[in-house]
Write a protein that binds this ligand. Structure first.
Ligand SMILES: Cc1cc2nc3c(=O)[nH]c(=O)nc-3n(C[C@H](O)[C@H](O)[C@H](O)COP(=O)(O)OP(=O)(O)OC[C@H]3O[C@@H](n4cnc5c(N)ncnc54)[C@H](O)[C@@H]3O)c2cc1C
Ligand SMILES: NC(=O)c1ccc[n+]([C@@H]2O[C@H](COP(=O)([O-])OP(=O)(O)OC[C@H]3O[C@@H](n4cnc5c(N)ncnc54)[C@H](OP(=O)(O)O)[C@@H]3O)[C@@H](O)[C@H]2O)c1
Length: 459
């Protein structure tokens, strides 16, 4: 039945899409909003990126899920838009406007030899694995005592911390049983975080950095290579004024001065090292790094001095980019869809009518969950301002969308169906003393959402 109201599709049920949906329905303009996601579960990186031991952070889902009350925003999960799914042009026939909130899911590459060897992975795959993402059920190669994590952002910290935790520490989190089993069998004891610039240039946030010191059986080793003696850190503390940088330096200086303890696992913070090549024939056996020096502008230059670390796994945590959205302009340098106040614009700066962006696909892959609220609200305001002038869709009836999905062999997951999976995960968690245990296998997810016995045909 067509309601007569304008219809807006939000593609992506991560924080930015859900903040945008909330802002759209909070307005005085009567508008029907559907949030579509390629996965049967909502919340994007809150569910599949935020580290399992960041339990408090995940409580934001209570806010993000609010628009899905009865009769309000519809969740249409399990629906991929674009390549391999429903073409954007077909979707447009059902909606007055489309807000793209698909994030930036592609790991940036280092562009060095050996990067494609088994045992070299992007953070997306390893984070997806421990977060129970259905695209990443295969375990990384943990049969190695030493791992390198390249990067100095919070994702690098997350990966280093999760790998250095004991499996018992993670048992009360939502990690799938298979992840705990793999960590129990794993041999990782030394995690080397490779940072190409100096301690004052890290992108870590101080709370997350300090957290490295709170692990049950791991200690932090800040390496003193002559370039970075404890004294040098103290000197930096004297000169640096930025609060975040000072807080990071204070934590690093404490660790640099500490006497080594007896923990069985170590997180090594190695500054001024840039990866040059990854070694190995059948799989990773090491990584060669070049010592770097800092120019006055904070940029690094190579010194020509190389060293090799024997590691069996290399994780690059050097940021993300996005896949272009077929039919929309794309800036490969920033990994974003160009826009003005959330309105998609073409190369000539002309607005593409009815197409909007928000979140990481709009701004690029930086910022915490709350950062997405501001631009989601701005994008929603642009949509609401434009709606009166936008032509109605060719197929305004909600039932027509069901027919489109059916024609593409897609059985959508509505909010009630997602709640069945949610309840199943909470039920599984109770047995392990965890708030929930993620179901990572897509067929099992679909069986749970559609209320089928395990192994039933989800179609
Ligand atoms: C590893 C990691 C850990 C993080 N941890 C924290 C943290 O602890 N605290 C914090 O504040 N911030 C954290 N962040 C940052 C935060 O997660 C992001 O700011 C936020 O998730 C970006 O929101 P988004 O909605 O733009 O993208 P996303 O969260 O990525 O959501 C995009 C959604 O779009 C869907 N989608 C993608 N393509 C399609 C398609 N073709 N069709 C349909 N649906 C599609 C995806 O399935 C996903 O649900 C973390 C980021 C990463 C990468
Ligand atoms: N707990 C949390 O709040 C949390 C957790 C995870 C993520 N997040 C947020 O999510 C966003 C993304 O995080 P992120 O860690 O992916 O990105 P990020 O903060 O941009 O960090 C990327 C890191 O990769 C380094 N890098 C880039 N290219 C490199 C190369 N070729 N060789 C070596 N190092 C390279 C960068 O170093 P340079 O600085 O030298 O360029 C930088 O340290 C951030 O805003 C982050 O704060 C938040």
């Amino acid at each position: 039945m067509a309601s007569g109201r304008p219809r807006v599709a939000v593609v992506g049920a991560g924080p930015s899409g859900l903040y945008a949906a909330a802002a759209l329905v909070a307005s005085e303009t009567a508008v029907d909003v559907d949030v579509l996601d390629r996965l049967p579960a909502p919340y994007g990186l809150v569910r599949y990126g935020v580290a399992p031991d960041h339990v408090k952070m995940k409580s934001v889902i209570r806010v993000l899920g609010r628009p899905f009350g009865p009769g309000e925003v519809r969740f249409v999960g399990g629906v991929r838009i674009g390549e391999g799914g429903i073409p954007l042009a077909a979707l447009r026939e059902h909606y007055t406007a489309v807000v793209h909130a698909v994030g930036s899911a592609v790991d940036r590459r280092l562009g060095i030899p050996g990067e494609d060897l088994p045992g070299s992975t992007g953070s997306g795959a390893i984070v997806g694995w421990y977060c129970g993402h259905p695209d990443h059920v295969a375990a990384p190669l943990l049969d190695t005592p030493a791992v390198a994590v390249v990067g100095a952002g919070n994702v690098a910290l997350d990966v280093a911390r999760v790998l250095a935790r004991t499996p018992d520490e993670l048992a009360s989190t939502d990690v799938p049983d298979a992840v705990l089993d793999a960590l129990r069998l794993g041999r990782v004891r030394d995690v080397h975080v490779l940072i190409r610039r100096g301690p004052q240039h890290v992108k870590f946030t101080p709370v997350e950095l300090r957290q490295l010191g709170d692990l049950a059986d791991a200690e932090v080793v800040v390496h003193d290579d002559g370039l970075l003696a404890g004294g040098a850190l103290d000197d930096l503390l004297e000169t640096v004024t930025d609060r975040r940088e000072r807080a990071n330096l204070a934590a690093l200086a404490e660790w640099a001065h500490a006497t080594p303890g007896h923990a069985t696992r170590r997180i090594h913070l190695r500054f001024l090292r840039s990866p040059v090549r990854i070694l190995g024939t059948d799989r990773v056996t090491g990584i060669v790094v070049e010592r770097t020096a800092l120019g006055a502008d904070g940029r690094v230059r190579g010194t020509g001095e190389e060293e090799t670390l024997d590691v069996g796994l290399v994780v690059r945590a050097v940021g993300y980019t996005a896949v272009p959205i077929a039919g929309l302009p794309f800036d490969p340098d920033t990994g974003t869809v160009p826009s003005v106040a959330g309105r998609v614009v073409d190369a000539a700066g002309e607005v593409v009518p009815g197409e909007y962006v928000t979140g990481w696909i709009r701004r690029g892959p930086t910022g915490v969950i709350g950062t997405n609220k501001h631009d989601a609200v701005e994008t929603a305001a642009s949509v609401l301002a434009d709606l009166p002038a936008l032509p109605p869709p060719a197929h305004p009836d909600a039932d027509d969308l069901a027919a489109l999905l059916d024609a593409h062999g897609v059985r959508p997951v509505d909010w009630t169906a997602w709640l069945r999976l949610d309840a199943e995960e909470i039920r599984l968690g109770a047995a392990r003393g965890a708030e929930r245990i993620k179901v990572a296998d897509l067929q099992e997810m679909l069986a749970a959402v559609h209320g089928l016995p395990a192994g039933g045909d989800p179609r």
